[in-house]
Structure formats: structure tokens, C-alpha cells
Design a protein around this ligand. Sequence first.
Ligand code: NDP
Length: 322
Amino acid sequence: MQQQAILVAEPSDADGLVLGEREVPSAGPGQVLVKIAAIGVNFIETYQRSGVYQVDYPFTPGSEFSGVITEVGPGVQNYSVGDRVATASGVNGYAQYAMVDAAAIAKVPDAVDLRFAAALPLQGMTAHYLVHNSYMVRQGDTVLTYAGAGGVGLLLTQMLKLKGATVITTASTQEKKDLAKAAGADYVVDYDQVAATVAEVTGGAGVHAVYDGIGKDTFDGSLAALRRRGTLVLFGGASGQVPAFDLQRLNAGGSLSVTRPKLGDFIATAEELNWRFGDVLGWAASGDIDVRIGAQFPLAQAAEAHKALESRATTGKVLLLP
Ligand code: NDP
């Protein structure tokens, strides 16, 4: 059976995301097939589409989606046809149907709308491992992050506040600043105000940790913002990738640490996946975190979704609807 899906023929700009047809896969051992309700758009798909990250072409992006199981492969025990599920680890998700390992999905409670279930897994579990594992945030820490109105940014700020941190963040427009403030950020400033704000808020000592998803444009300022023995968590490159780096700078900066994590390494076991997924779904259901869907596009307009994300025109989560 054929389905509609986005195909990228070769490394390209957003216009390379073209609606086409591909075969509906069938569920292999340990897998389930999902009829997709909503697809989460993530920055990593721009890196894959453009060739910054290696993928095989023709390529259908998309690892985050929610939907209903239509087929269960051999050996799958905990799921049945009709179950409502979501994942951050699917394959070829910019489509009407996609496959995923049963070990990488979570059931979506009936009370949770499937669109919200597609908006949470990847960015929610990312924010979760950032605050719990990449640097373990403690009550009273002062933390710097960027793009406070972005998909990860809004969730990260809320989780930092749940941990009792003081949060300094950036945003490029007044609308974005208002959203970041509403998410709980204590200081929301322009990018060129970061150094002065960090100095003022910390009395010149610097922050305990920086969460930097901007990369090339912010990396030097992130290092400079750290206090002695501070930690820089470089988790993305929305402005471009950070070039080769001299480790001696960590010594000179005050015994600093830098880590460059990715989500897959923090949901590699069922225990970790269930812990993180359970926490973020639970916090969303209880109202401890608010999930903002900033934009929705029909699947056929995937190119518009990437253009919006890359041109800094989005806030919160961007969804595609098949
Ligand atoms: P966002 O919704 O945060 O969008 C990116 C934002 O970055 C923009 O809205 C913009 O906010 C800011 N920005 C600053 N400079 C630029 C630039 N030159 N071009 C584009 N945007 C810029 O995206 P996501 O929440 O999806 O992702 C945020 C980061 O997190 C990305 O780097 C992504 O790769 C990373 N990530 C990493 C993961 C991991 O496990 N390592 C997992 C998930 C995401 P403003 O206009 O306010 O400056």
C-alpha cells in the first residue's frame, strides 16, 4: 500500500522537502506500525535535510510523532492494535504511517490530546535529561540558557524552575520575551546583554551552568559566563556548529567542563525512557508544565515549517498534520 510522505532527494534547503509517495512499511519483530495523528518538527531534521548530519538519501525525516497502532509485529507483548502512543525515536515520520520499535514508545493517556502527545516527547525528554543528567541542577543554582521561547527553551525553563534555579535566558523579539517570562524565566534579555546580565545577577561570579543550543554564535559567550568549575552543556547548533576547540581554554577559564549530549543516549534503556516520558507526560497532565504548540502545518507544507524554524519565526512546538 502506498502513502503520502515527505521525500528529500539530496542535501538541500527547505524547498527540498517534497510531498511524494512511499510504501507503508510493515511491522517487523519487536516493532509496531502507527497511523500518525501529529508529527513533531525538530531542529535536527534541518541538519539532516541540509547534510550537516549524515543520512541516506532519498530521506524521509521525522522521529517524533503520536498516533494509533494499526499493526503489531512478532514478539510485541505490551501493545495492541488501537493503542494511542507517542515516540521520540520513530523512523521516517513525516508521513501518514511510520514504524517504531515497541521499546521506544509510550502509551498516551486518554486525557491527553494526541497533538500534545506529539509536542512533548523529544523536546520534553531533552529538557528532562539536561536538568537531571548533563548538569544536575540544584536548588539555588543560577543557570543561563538561550532561545527561551523556543520548543526546548520553554520546557527547559519550566523544568529549571521546578528544580529551584534562577534562570537567565534570551529571546529576539518582545513576543518571545513575554513567552519566556510567562514560562518562569527570571531574566529575559537580548543576546548582546547576556554578559552584563550574568555579571549583575551573579555579582561577577558567573553561572553554575549554561545550556547552549545555539552553538556557533553563542559558544564563546557561554564559556565566559561560567563560574569557576562551571559546566557548559552544548546541546545544539541552531546558528551553526561550533568549530574545533582548544581544551586548554577550559583550564584557563577556571577548571570548566563542556559536554555535548544527545537525547538517544539518555533514553537508551526502557527504565530511562519510561522515567523521562512518565515525568513529562505527568507534569503536562498536572499542569506543572505548559506545552505550547506555536504553529501547525499540513504535511504537504513541511518546507514552510522548516523555513519558519530556521528563520526564527516560531515559538514553542511546531507540528505537521498528515
Ligand atoms: P527552537 O524552537 O529553540 O528554535 C531555535 C531558536 O534558536 C530560534 O527560534 C531562535 O530563537 C534561536 N536562534 C538563535 N540564533 C539562531 C539562528 N542563527 N538561526 C536559527 N535560530 C536561532 O528549536 P528547538 O527547540 O527544536 O531546538 C533548540 C536546539 O536544541 C537546537 O539546536 C536543537 O538542535 C537542539 N536539540 C538538541 C537535542 C539534543 O538531545 N542534543 C534534542 C532536541 C533539540 P530567538 O529568535 O529567540 O533567538
